[in-house]
Design a protein around this ligand. Structure first.
Ligand code: GLN
Length: 300
């Protein structure tokens, strides 16, 4: 890449231009933006500052380390794992390979959770809110930041993920979140009652994992993606238990895959007496896909 005889010829602007066209030739998504994010990370400056210093020559050392970041991206590693950061719902979250990278689609469940918390039915007192399978903490932390004054807890089966979530909570939310290691509800007290339960569980059918792009398949935690044979395994477990933990009139919000609406309906209908759940409602994301299932527990 760099011309060893003339290392000084590389300035921020010329290396950005070179990297953009290299990424383009390797069919990397958003080549300019990717080049900017990696270079800003490499130089430990903000993206916009690249353009305030566009004429600054790169040191040999900086060029070497940038080269290794370019290589990682070309080998399919997602930008978020390379920089260790991902923007989600107005905050910057730390991410590591222990956690799924927060997706823009997932902002939809945060918005629905905020609506549920603001719902008049429960107006007034602080509510008990939990997230199941919190990963990086993106949902719970965004919610605690947007609606402080409620009581928040979140579980994950992966200790590595919870360490990341705790760091994000400390940095982003002033409202405390109690994190616990456990499989879905297992770390919550049997008698505990919650007004709101949210989850974005693994929901990719096992047979589809092999068709995912290499960025996901090679780098993201399978534990957070593989939803069993039909992708619905985790919903079965959660719906089987959630009614025990929901206050009457409480809400369960589940992120779902674009084609899982009928699957969710069937699971609820198949439960004895539907376990007091009302018929699920569905919310579409910005792309027009069904993305969130709202399952309420009846008042009586
Ligand atoms: N939406 C994610 C994806 O398409 C999957 C998230 C999940 O399984 N919870 O990769």
């Amino acid at each position: 890449m760099a011309n060893k005889e003339q290392p000084d010829k590389w300035t921020i602007l010329t290396i950005l231009t070179w990297t953009e066209s290299y990424f383009k030739s390797r069919t990397i998504d958003s080549p300019r933006l990717t080049a900017e994010m990696l270079l800003a990370h490499n130089l430990a400056i903000k993206r916009l500052d690249l353009y305030l210093q566009y004429d600054r020559p790169l040191e040999k050392q900086e060029l070497e380390s940038f080269k290794s970041l370019i290589k990682r991206r070309v080998q399919s590693e997602p930008v978020a794992y390379i920089t260790g950061q991902k923007g989600f719902f107005e905050s910057d979250f730390e991410v590591t390979p222990d956690v799924l990278i927060p997706r823009p689609d997932t902002e939809c469940i945060v918005e629905e959770a905020i609506k549920a918390l603001d719902d008049n039915v429960f107006s007034g007192e602080p509510k008990n809110v939990i997230e199941l399978g919190t990963g990086s903490g993106a949902i719970a932390v965004s919610l605690a930041k947007a609606r402080p004054g409620h009581r928040y807890a979140a579980s994950d089966i992966s200790l590595g993920a919870l360490l990341v979530a705790q760091k994000n909570a400390n940095k982003i939310s002033e409202t405390k979140i109690d994190f616990c290691v456990g499989n879905w509800f297992s770390c919550f007290a049997k008698q505990a009652q919650f007004s709101l339960i949210v989850s974005n569980p693994p929901y990719i059918p096992s047979g589809d994992i092999g068709t995912l792009q290499p960025e996901i398949q090679l780098f993201e935690p399978m534990l957070a993606l593989d939803g069993g044979q039909d992708g619905l395994d985790c919903y079965r477990i959660i719906l089987n238990d959630a009614h025990n933990y929901l206050v009457p009139g409480g809400t369960l919000l589940l992120e779902i895959g674009y084609d899982q609406r009928f699957g969710i309906r069937e699971i609820v209908q198949g439960l004895s007496n539907s376990f007091n759940y009302q018929a699920p409602e569905f919310v579409k994301d910005l792309a027009g896909h069904n993305r969130v299932a709202i399952v309420k527990k009846s008042i009586d």
